[in-house]
Write a protein that binds this ligand. Structure first.
Ligand SMILES: Cc1cc2nc3c(=O)[nH]c(=O)nc-3n(C[C@H](O)[C@H](O)[C@H](O)COP(=O)(O)OP(=O)(O)OC[C@H]3O[C@@H](n4cnc5c(N)ncnc54)[C@H](O)[C@@H]3O)c2cc1C
Length: 220
């Protein structure tokens, strides 16, 4: 079969956000050729660059849910990833405050048991402790909790570091390439971009974030 002009890889990832770049980096540990295509001129131009930057403990996730399980696993992984990729990170902790007795009761009766079930410890704080530690908090505060494990990370650095590490390990990156067609064949997928480029891959990972439904649709 004529393959001239087609970039061939084992695995092609569509989308250069934090998810796509993390997957790209993880796949470079395997004996496979991997590449990532991103529609914009750089990685981290989607949701990954404009979020609240919180590394979440998952204290308020529904116990037993997939979210709770993944956040618990992530809590174990982050320290090593942050150290290895030199990602700027601040363990700030998070303050949850109650502005009424009703909100305080929600913290005590609903949120605290949920956090305990998720293995996250909350430190109860009185009104005066909160106002002393955080004088900018609304004076109507009646109490609250400190979630020590919460912190903030540099989201752009995280995405870029995953990507750069992957490139150092031999991954390929194609920027400014918007995927606009996918042909599904028996043993491969042909992924077309608006610039006329064609990739042949045995496996395609859809990491297109909010556009993931469009990519899924292209693949039928
Ligand atoms: C306001 C806000 C606050 C948030 N706060 C937090 C927080 O504090 N902590 C936290 O962990 N999460 C937070 N999130 C969620 C987090 O930002 C997202 O879960 C994460 O960024 C998703 O990453 P992604 O790689 O899936 O998507 P994206 O970063 O959007 O990456 C998808 C990429 O796919 C590319 N793409 C799409 N279609 C194509 C195509 N056809 N061809 C080529 N490329 C394509 C896009 O250009 C994009 O770069 C927040 C989200 C929002 C909106």
């Amino acid at each position: 079969m004529e393959m001239t002009g087609i970039d061939q890889v084992d695995i092609l990832i569509i989308g250069g956000g934090v998810v796509g770049c993390a997957i790209l980096q993880a796949l470079t540990s395997y004996d496979a050729t991997v590449a990532l295509v991103e529609q914009y001129p750089d990685v981290c131009e989607g949701t990954s660059k404009a979020n609240s930057a919180i590394i979440h403990t998952g204290f308020d996730a529904r116990p037993g849910s997939l979210e709770a399980r993944l956040l618990a696993e992530a809590r174990q992984l982050w320290p090593e990833v942050i150290a290895r990729l030199h990602i700027p990170y601040l363990q700030t902790g998070a303050l949850m405050v109650a502005l009424s007795q009703q909100e305080q009761s929600t913290i005590v009766r609903e949120i605290t048991p949920k956090a305990e079930a998720n293995g996250v410890s909350l430190q109860p704080l009185s009104r005066s402790e909160i106002l002393e530690a955080a004088p900018y908090v609304n004076e109507r505060v009646v109490g609250g909790v400190l979630i020590e494990g919460e912190g903030v990370i540099d989201p752009f650095w995280t995405t870029r570091a995953y990507c750069e590490h992957a490139l150092l390990n031999g991954a390929q990156l194609f920027l400014g390439e918007r995927v606009n067609a996918i042909e599904v064949e028996t043993r491969r997928l042909l992924v077309h971009t608006t610039s006329g480029r064609v990739f042949s891959a045995a496996l395609v990972v859809n990491a297109a974030g909010l556009w993931a439904d469009e990519i899924a649709h292209l693949a039928g």
